[in-house]
Ligand binder design. Sequence first.
Ligand code: AMP
Length: 195
Amino acid sequence: MILIFLGPPGAGKGTQAKYIAETRGIPQLSTGDMLRGAVAAKTPIGLKAQEVMDRGDLVSDEIVAGIVAERIEADDCKPGFLLDGFPRTLPQAEMLDDLLAKAGRTLDAVLELQVDEEALVERLNSRIAETKAAGGEVRADDNEETFRKRLEVYREQTAPLIPYYKDKGLVREIDGMLPIDQVSVEIDKVLDSLS
Ligand code: AMP
């Protein structure tokens, strides 16, 4: 099963992607996690990506598509995989189409997590406060200003992917404002209907 998770930053994609990975036995491929790994390891890609990520902009399509192209060839992706945070632009979606076509594979569904943006800002601020109170470290791009920038980037560059995949009949809408375990229940219904 090959799935894409779409939805604005902070919608809960990461949490639900982990749930899907565990229950369906497919890896969660988070380009955000991969890029943060590259930043931490100070690889050439990481050094290029850091500043762009910190200000809430997108890393170049070529860099991200290159990372994904390499990752989906790994053995653990044979049963399928869940893309979390990729594609994020129309050129990335087209690059993914090419990659899958070359590998003779097809996309099963695009899960669209629908949420209210102002509620996301509130959620973010309470998450930051909780992390700080617990003595934890807050991500460099976790602040209201960068978050609003990421929402704007999502609206402008990523939201156009919804009609792109709707035309292909692949979009399944999920209410992301439900409690976390209810969202998982809704996702299960969609995934069960695919298999
Ligand atoms: P995320 O953890 O998915 O919110 O990603 C964190 C940051 O990594 C984003 O704000 C972007 O700067 C970068 N990033 C992650 N995925 C992509 C992508 N598919 N295309 C471009 N930049 C990305």
